[in-house]
Write a protein that binds this ligand. Structure first.
Ligand code: ARE
Ligand code: CA
Length: 458
């Protein structure tokens, strides 16, 4: 018999970066559930080093579910609220390493040293690589360095050891007990695929995981090694789409250097790439919306919307109160991208009506194949056969575009302008279909999208 495919979380996800559990719980009911999101990816929930930078979350010092994002009780309440809204919770699992700090006291009061964590690990549970002068990874063409040396100085767990595997699985099972549905495996590249597989095997069968393995050409470790465990984040997707938008020249995707669709989780940007090499981010307003709309319209991978906060200092954490807890914010009233954001202000991508509109569009498109695209000037569009049509103009002047379609003649609601058609489009923006063509008039930077069943109504 053919080997069955590993579990896939499916639907549309959203990474709610550095959002407290109380904020996410509230938005599951107000925003994420109603918009049709299937799952939310949280920032890491375990105890971490203290500090104002966001990345303290990625330096565990214990597996207590008590962090700047909230207590265990708040975490459990979030999961319950999200479940009630039909939204599953995926937790970011930082399991390759502990902290890089020599010694200290963690956010929840745990005293630690870099290689000793009470009740969890002692120095023999770490790799202590001798391949580089300071034990840190220098050469990504060396598998041994990537997987047994320290990622930016973070104490590297010996994930080959039974004790380490059981301890990590114990933490993940605890989170499953709190109701989480699956995990992002942080820095999966830095653990041998067989180690990740062995840890996941200790979890209940059917637990979906998405491994973070940043594709790097010429590197020793590639994402394909991890697809037998679950999905992987396919970084190539955004690397292909983003520059096309910036250049104002959209083309049909090549899928070169990408894992098969069912193995991929895709995104326009994430918390690392918006601080790194992402071509299009919240700073790009309508182009960012366009990128996300095109991703949701696509027939490739599991799309993950990203929602963070504005920053000028890439290290700056989300605003914290005097107790060090992140204050959080509520996006329920933010229905469109803003031209400018103040530092620390939430971007609220998940609450834009155009995103909810595109999730509805995606549901209408279902498994209909993506037809070849057509272009006119900078404008580009395509149909999901017989179900839905999208058109986008990343250029700097207005364009008219006719996209071949088998939708029946008539006026259709533009779910980008007005959001889900069941809620809007009473006298709002429409697109006309006649004689097998959907006719779009697009301003510079405008996206428009129509789908079957989205005729105007009152
Ligand atoms: C921070 C400081 C460092 C300091 C360190 C230890 O910034 O200066 O040395 O602490 O004190 C996040 C931040 C890091 C932060 C870290 C720990 O991004 O800046 O370090 O937390 O607090 C590689 C990995 C990939 C990883 C990226 C960042 O392969 O897995 O680096 N991404 C995940 C998360 C990050 C997180 C970590 C892992 C650590 O998404 O947010 O780090 O838990 C090429 C390669 C990639 C490589 C990339 C960057 O593209 O192909 O594999 O990614 O270069 O080096
Ligand atoms: Ca490692």
């Amino acid at each position: 018999a053919a080997a069955s495919h590993p579990p896939v979380i499916g639907g549309v996800g959203v990474e709610m970066f550095q959002r407290p559990w109380t904020s996410i719980g509230a938005e599951c009911g107000s925003t994420l559930g109603p918009a049709g999101f299937s799952w939310v990816l949280t920032s890491p929930p375990q105890e971490h080093i203290t500090g104002s930078q966001w990345w303290t979350s990625y330096q565990p010092v214990s597996y207590a579910v008590d962090s700047k994002l909230g207590t265990e009780e708040q975490f459990a309440d979030m999961v319950t609220a999200c479940k009630a809204a039909g939204v599953r919770v995926v937790a970011d699992a930082v399991i390759n390493h502990m902290t890089a700090q020599g010694a200290g006291t963690g956010f929840a009061g745990t005293a630690f040293t870099k290689y000793a964590y009470p009740g969890l690990y002692t120095p023999k549970d770490f790799h202590h690589c001798a391949l580089t002068p300071d034990g840190s990874i220098q050469d990504y063409t060396s598998r041994a360095q990537v997987q047994t040396c320290e990622l930016v100085g973070l104490a590297d767990l010996d994930t080959g050891s039974a004790h380490v595997r059981t301890t990590i699985a114990g933490y993940l099972k605890h989170l499953l007990g709190l109701g989480v549905a699956g995990f992002r495996i942080d820095a999966a590249k830095h653990m041998a695929a067989k180690d990740v597989a062995a840890i996941v095997k200790l979890l209940p069968a059917g637990t979906p995981v998405i491994s973070e393995v940043i594709r790097g050409s010429g590197e020793a470790v590639q994402p394909e090694e991890y697809t037998r465990i679950g999905q992987v984040f396919e970084f190539q997707y955004a690397r292909e789409l983003g520059p096309q938008l910036k250049a104002g020249v959209l083309m049909d995707p090549t899928r070169i250097d990408e894992v098969p669709s069912k193995d991929a989780a895709v995104f326009v940007d994430n918390h690392d790439t918006e601080r790194g090499d992402a071509s299009v981010t919240y700073r790009d307003g309508s182009l960012y919306l366009m990128a996300n709309a095109l991703m949701l319209a696509d027939d490739y991978g599991t799309p993950v919307i990203y929602s963070g906060y504005a920053f000028s200092d890439p290290d700056a954490g989300a605003p914290q109160g005097p107790d060090g807890r992140v204050i959080g914010w509520d996006c329920a009233g933010t229905t469109a991208p803003k031209a400018t954001y103040a530092d620390g202000e939430g971007v609220c991508t998940e609450a834009w009506k155009s995103i909810a509109g595109m999730i509805e569009w995606r549901t209408a498109a279902a498994s209909a194949p993506r037809e070849p695209g057509v272009s006119q000037g900078a404008a580009y569009g395509f149909e999901r056969k017989g179900k839905a049509v999208i058109a986008a103009n990343p250029g700097s002047k207005p364009e008219t575009l006719s996209v071949p379609t088998s939708l029946k003649d008539g006026a259709y609601c533009d779910v980008i302008a007005d959001g889900p058609s069941m809620k809007g489009c009473a006298g709002g923006a429409t697109v006309l279909v006649s004689d097998g063509m959907a006719r779009f008039e697009l301003d510079a930077g405008q996206t428009a999208a129509i789908h079957i069943g989205a005729e105007p109504h009152n």
